[in-house]
Design a protein around this ligand. Structure first.
Ligand code: NI
Length: 401
């Protein structure tokens, strides 16, 4: 049963002014332990070592994505077609879309082989905290919310709104990350984008009159990737973290006696599906461990932990033909320990792609005469971006000795 709160709940937010909550089930989800856990996971992990203002959590981003979903739902084109249950699936999936994230997720997922989307879907359908709340709507509600997060095609319009080339998740994180990093790149004209949003044949489209707002969004996204998310210093910092995870994993397998409670990590190594242990691994847990590791008997772990805690950023070189000899010499210096003190890492990014196999469907533009076109057809600027193809940045990171 869908119950509304007697009095609307509002939460102050620096991006939207207020987050508005009307449904009881949304309030209960926000108050649940699993959602409160997101307060203890920073949105941008290593980026904070470059942009010190980036202290915001996945909690505030998740609330922001929810608020955007709420605002989108009141756009006439969507209001006309979303029944209350489907709207609530949209709001719930928006709120919970990052529920499966763990501490310093990307490094963690690489080393331990877990996938935050799959874990998120399991938290929604299997864990009593969330499952019991969603059950108050109806028996299938949790399953339907999880299906949106896993994008299995049951609610294509909602999936498109939550995750596509232009969705509520990206719109919130670009704006929020730009705000908290203090950069001038990521700002998006949200109101304009909402005003030009429409639905055509069950798919999200945008009126041609808003094309500049969409161009601006894509350029902002491109700049945020290269100036913020892929900043080499934050990549260097996250490399140190990844090596800590790797060393812990190797030591666990070797039966090493740690000077801290690594129980949750150990259990994940034994069984990557262990939800109970995964939930324990937030930033607080990891930071506590790393602090203890600075006094570890294992020299490698101690060195890595000290670098991480005290921001001893590793050096980096462009990985290309000109640095080949230099890189080899560094690797030789480290001998068998190079696995823990050096890393090749490449990031790549398409500003905009229309390859539906890999990047989701192209943004559709509705022309004045009612015919449907594509963004690439209608914007020379975007056509140019598509032609530039993928931009790559291969780097070699190493601890200086
Ligand atoms: Ni997100």
């Amino acid at each position: 049963m869908v119950n509304k709160l007697k009095k609307q709940l509002v939460l102050k937010d620096p991006i939207y002014g207020y987050i508005h909550v009307d449904y009881e089930v949304i309030k209960k989800l926000i108050d649940s332990n699993l959602f409160q856990r997101l307060r203890r996971i920073r949105q941008l992990s290593g980026v904070q070592m470059v942009f010190h203002g980036a202290e915001h959590s996945r909690f505030s981003h998740s609330l922001g994505v929810y608020e955007l979903a709420n605002r989108f739902s009141s756009v006439k084109a969507l209001k006309d077609i979303l029944d209350e249950r489907t709207k609530l699936i949209f709001l719930t999936a928006a709120l919970l879309h990052d529920i499966g994230h763990g501490a310093y997720s990307h490094a963690f997922e690489d080393v331990f082989g877990v996938d935050h989307e799959k874990i998120g879907a399991r938290m929604i359908t299997n864990r009593y905290e969330i499952r019991d709340i969603l059950k108050t709507i109806d028996d299938d509600f949790a399953k339907d919310v999880a299906s949106v997060i896993l994008k299995d095609g049951k609610f294509p319009l909602i999936e498109q709104l939550i995750s596509s080339q232009l969705d509520v998740d990206r719109l919130d994180y670009l704006e929020r990350d730009a705000y908290f990093t203090g950069t001038a790149y990521g700002h998006v004209d949200l109101d304009r984008i909402m005003r030009v949003l429409d639905v055509d044949n069950g798919k999200i489209v945008f009126h041609i009159s808003g094309i500049h707002a969409i161009e601006n969004y894509l350029i902002s996204r491109y700049h945020m990737y290269w100036q913020v998310y892929y900043h080499p210093v934050s990549r260097s910092y996250e490399t140190i973290l990844e090596k800590i995870y790797l060393r812990v994993k190797d030591l666990c397998l070797a039966g090493f006696q740690f000077n801290a409670d690594v129980d949750a990590l150990k259990k994940i190594i034994e069984n990557p599906d262990d939800l109970e242990s995964y939930i324990r691994i937030d930033d607080f847990y990891m930071n506590g461990l790393i602090s203890s590791f600075t006094r570890s008997k294992d020299d490698i772990l101690k060195t890595l932990a000290d670098d991480f805690l005290n921001r001893h950023i590793w050096k980096y070189l462009d990985d290309d033909i000109t640095t080949e000899k230099q890189i080899k010499a560094i690797e030789e210096k480290y001998g068998t320990d190079k696995k823990y003190f050096t890393a090749y890492r490449t990031v790549s990014n398409f500003a905009y792609q229309d390859d539906s196999m890999h990047f989701g469907e192209e943004i559709k533009i509705l022309l004045k005469d009612g015919t449907l076109s594509t963004l690439k057809e209608q914007s020379k600027l975007i056509k140019g971006l598509v032609l530039t193809g993928v931009k790559e940045d291969p780097k070699f990171f190493y601890r200086n000795i």
